[in-house]
Design a protein around this ligand. Structure first.
Ligand code: GLN
Length: 479
């Protein structure tokens, strides 16, 4: 067994055949992840005790002849913005360096109920704000494919863990691209489901109207299997949807012939040629599979960056108000209550969070609310309508994930605008709340992975997986 390349099916088969026990596999996975971690800094902490207990439960179930569950024995890494009972959850922030949550996120409960083994919590940009994992208070993550480069962000640790093979699958969170962009940079599959498809209960809020929990995996089927477990109504999250959950991995086998794929011209016009060529080669493969490719327009794309960075900072400024030195946090004392708040927040938040709190407070303030926040909400509606119009003509959209492959550590930290602008292709889908994913579509001449983005209508994940699965099979980039 090569632990670094295991798939969910291989783990389940191995357990069924008694090739290894869940406890043996978990021990090995933990040892491997701990040994590899200095290379990438992907994990902030390991949850060995909890993992071994969960594995023992899986083994007991097998001994009793019970079904091992869709994620039975599978080592899973979870982004450190998702709360885990009794296991430190830092959100990549100094403010929560010692925070041990008293409850589990719904996503974590569901994956453990399905037999999954939580092996550790992964590094990320502070409160999920960033595109490079460099805003973590606990140091950046290195891209396992090219260690002088970023893994993308904000879920860089989860993407790196799956790419380096220390977890079979992982959970990330995506507000404006934080699953798809690191998946593209590290050469793995990353899925942002429809807004409301997966419960956000226990996901630390960054921008509540945009936050999603979603899977990372090394192949499409594993991502589909993980989403199948996570998805569905949760009474603890009023925004979670009642829509029935299809059996995504099973539905993947239907064909894609005749499927209509839109190529949004706005996404290709300024795209650097190396990335563009790889995406277009991916599109060629879709054509060979019998898909019909159409030129489409998403006319409000150019406004997405401005719109997103107004809405997300507004919501973040409100959500982050709770870190005040009274609740959750490490406290920095002061002579008065106000001084204590100021000192705690001043010492605790990193630069990126402070920048966003200031921007968000500004766009929500009296006099500017109408000019910025309300305007941005209207633009968001236009962007959502662009997609609704497009999906009248096509079944899915193929697009780039990011204008460039993984950049060098430190390359963009001095220029936040440049970092924000590079989110252009992922922000639109997030603002519209549609399902989107990144699927590897090749490597640059320097050997850096590039992902192709696939998007479908709200709750159209089954179509998206079918397309991505067919593409994965047809493309020659997969082992
Ligand atoms: N890069 C985007 C940002 O910095 C998206 C982050 C995310 O999806 N959490 O806000």
């Amino acid at each position: 067994m090569n632990i670094a390349t295991l798939t969910i099916d291989q783990v389940r088969e191995g357990l069924k055949k008694r090739a290894f026990s869940a406890v043996e596999l978990t021990r090995e996975a933990l040892e491997f992840a701990q040994a590899e971690n200095p290379k990438t800094n992907a994990y902030l902490h390991f949850s060995s005790e909890r993992a071994l207990e969960a594995a023992a439960r899986v083994d007991e179930g097998i001994a009793r002849g019970e079904d091992i569950g869709p994620l039975g024995g599978v080592p899973i890494a979870v982004k450190d913005v998702i709360v885990t009972k009794g296991v430190r959850t830092t959100c990549g922030s100094k403010l929560l360096a010692e925070y041990v949550p008293p409850y589990d996120a719904t996503a974590v409960i569901r994956l453990e109920e399905a037999g999954g083994i939580l092996i550790g919590k992964t590094n990320c940009d502070e409160f999920a704000m960033g595109s490079s994992n460099e805003s973590s208070a606990f140091g950046p993550v290195r891209n396992p494919v090219a260690p002088d480069r970023v893994p993308g962000g904000s879920s860089g640790g989860s993407a790196a863990a799956v790419a380096q093979g220390t977890a079979v699958v992982a959970l990330g969170s995506d507000t404006g691209g934080s699953i798809r962009q690191p998946a593209s940079f590290c050469g793995v599959v990353g899925v942002t489901p429809t807004y409301g498809r997966v419960s956000r209960y226990g996901l630390t809020a960054f921008a509540s109207s945009l936050d999603h929990v979603g899977p990372f995996a090394r192949n499409v089927k594993d991502a589909a299997a993980l989403l199948r477990v996570l998805a569905g109504r949760d009474p603890l999250d009023s925004t979670s949807a009642f829509a029935p959950v299809p059996d995504y991995p099973v539905d993947m086998d239907g064909g894609v012939e005749g499927m209509k794929i839109g190529l949004p011209r706005e996404y290709f016009k300024d795209l650097p040629s190396e990335t563009g060529d790889l995406i277009l080669r991916g599109v060629e493969t879709l054509k060979q599979l019998g898909c019909e490719v159409r030129d489409i327009s998403l006319p409000h794309t150019a406004y997405a960056v401005g719109c997103y960075y107004i809405i997300c900072t507004a919501e973040a400024s409100s959500n982050l108000a709770r870190y005040d030195g009274v609740r959750y946090t490490v406290r920095t004392p002061g002579d008065t209550l106000i001084d204590m708040y100021r000192n705690t927040r001043g010492a605790g938040f990193g630069l990126e969070c402070k920048r966003r709190i200031m921007l968000g407070t500004y766009v929500l303030s009296a006099g500017y609310y109408d000019a910025y926040y309300l305007k941005a909400q209207k633009v968001r509606t236009l962007i959502t309508r662009d997609f609704a119009d497009a999906f009248e003509r096509v079944d899915a959209i193929a697009a780039p994930v990011s204008p460039s492959p993984a950049f060098r550590l430190g390359e963009k930290t001095d220029d936040p605008m440049e970092m924000y602008l590079s989110d252009i292709y992922t922000l639109t889908g997030s603002l519209a709340g549609i399902p989107c994913m990144s699927v590897p579509c090749g490597k640059t001449v320097e050997g850096l992975p590039v992902g192709m983005q696939l998007m479908t209508r709200h709750f159209g994940e089954a179509d998206m997986f079918r397309l991505a699965g067919a593409y994965e099979k047809a493309s020659s980039f997969f082992a």
